[in-house]
Design a protein around this ligand. Structure first.
Ligand SMILES: NC(=O)c1ccc[n+]([C@@H]2O[C@H](COP(=O)([O-])OP(=O)(O)OC[C@H]3O[C@@H](n4cnc5c(N)ncnc54)[C@H](OP(=O)(O)O)[C@@H]3O)[C@@H](O)[C@H]2O)c1
Length: 339
């Protein structure tokens, strides 16, 4: 089968990725004994892929030069030599950035689409949802009545994290990058209040938000952004507060070391706990996560927001750049690979 795929041919030069960092190659994909041929339908683009484009220390291996990039995708089995994975099965796997993939059963998961969209398995029921669930439940140990602040609250992880806190009976505050996103965060994801971080200093905007919800401070901060947001959140934490460090998108393109929060002394005075986590370390809670989240999504208590940032493999990389710039992307950023 002729398939087109996105290859990394150059590591980003001096910060932001550029379209010249990749090429689209046409290859022949054949599935053989013990394999299935999957036609990819939708692929996920995510900030961590920026890290994998560069060489050097990260929590995942860098992408290889001259080879296809990788990432989560949904697909449909078009040919099968695996009895448990018949033709027509809807699957999720890690071989995105290409139109077709020949896979063995251990490289894919057949997913339940009864009352669910296949793309829910990239969003609320996929790594994105698991990241939000682990950050809230395992790392921040969120409790009913907590006041919870989530940054990048209109993003894939942030929108789910905020909804999970709300389901748990928390007061929720979100930050994001445009008036439209503020509206989505409050109206679609049920946050009690939200602010656009471009409207002033984050510390002032967050202080105003805490006052608006009538709470003394924050019990939990779910950090997707780092930098100024993190320092502002530490300043607003209540005693015994918990900070889950999930991501730091504000610094991913930095070419120089970035100064840390200047107010870490407050961590001592207020007995705060700040913990970073990597979702891949928490596969043990996946069954519990899936059981809970599937019900929440089926009952409509958690929505799995998504924005298509590209259509077709030709638009996959520009869609990825759109995600990194944040323009008009609400929820999980996806690229459709269907004709
Ligand atoms: N620890 C883990 O295991 C794990 C797993 C998955 C993801 N993550 C991390 O979790 C975070 C959220 O992931 P996601 O996939 O849901 O991505 P996301 O939040 O949808 O990321 C894209 C959004 O980040 C925001 N952004 C970009 N530059 C920013 C800046 N300088 N300051 C503030 N916001 C900025 C933009 O929204 P605005 O318009 O609102 O600025 C953009 O739409 C990322 O940092 C990601 O790396 C961690």
């Amino acid at each position: 089968m002729r398939s087109r795929e996105v290859h990394l041919v150059r590591r980003p030069q001096g910060g932001a990725p550029h379209p010249d960092d990749v090429t689209i190659e046409t290859v022949e994909v054949e599935a053989g004994a013990g394999q299935v041929l999957v036609r990819n339908t939708v692929m996920s683009v995510e900030p961590y892929m920026r890290g994998r484009m560069s060489e050097g220390a990260s929590y995942v291996e860098p992408y290889q030069l001259g080879a296809p990039m990788e990432g989560h995708a949904t697909g449909v089995v078009e040919w099968s030599d695996v009895p448990d994975v018949p033709v027509g099965s809807v699957v999720v796997h890690q071989f995105g950035w290409r139109e077709y993939a020949a896979l063995t059963p251990d490289e894919l998961e057949v997913v339940d689409v009864d009352g669910l969209k296949p793309t829910d398995h990239l969003g609320a029921l996929g790594q994105t949802g698991l990241t939000a669930w682990v950050g809230m439940n395992v790392i921040a140990r969120v409790q009913p009545g907590d006041t919870v602040f989530v940054s990048s609250a209109a993003g894939g992880v942030g929108a789910i994290a905020g909804q999970l806190a709300k389901v748990k009976g928390c007061t929720t505050i979100g930050s994001c990058g445009s008036p439209d996103k503020v509206e989505a965060v409050v109206k679609s994801f049920g946050f009690d209040t939200a602010f656009d971080y471009h409207d002033g200093r984050v510390r002032d905007l967050l202080r105003d938000a805490v006052e608006r919800v009538g709470r003394p401070g924050l019990d939990v901060y779910f950090d997707n952004v780092g930098a100024e947001h993190l320092e502002a959140a530490i300043r607003e934490m209540n005693e015994q507060g918990r900070i889950a460090l999930c991501g730091a998108i504000a610094v991913y393109n930095a070419t120089e070391p970035v100064p840390g929060p200047r107010n870490l002394l407050l961590m001592i005075w207020r007995r705060l706990r700040m913990e970073g986590f990597i979702v891949g370390d928490h596969d043990d809670v996946r069954p519990q996560f899936l059981a809970e989240m599937t019900e929440l999504v089926r009952r409509g208590e958690v929505t799995s927001p998504e924005t298509y940032v590209g259509h077709g493999i030709d638009e996959a990389f520009s869609g990825f750049l759109t995600l990194l710039e944040g323009r008009a992307v609400v929820g999980k950023a996806l690229v459709s690979l269907q004709d």
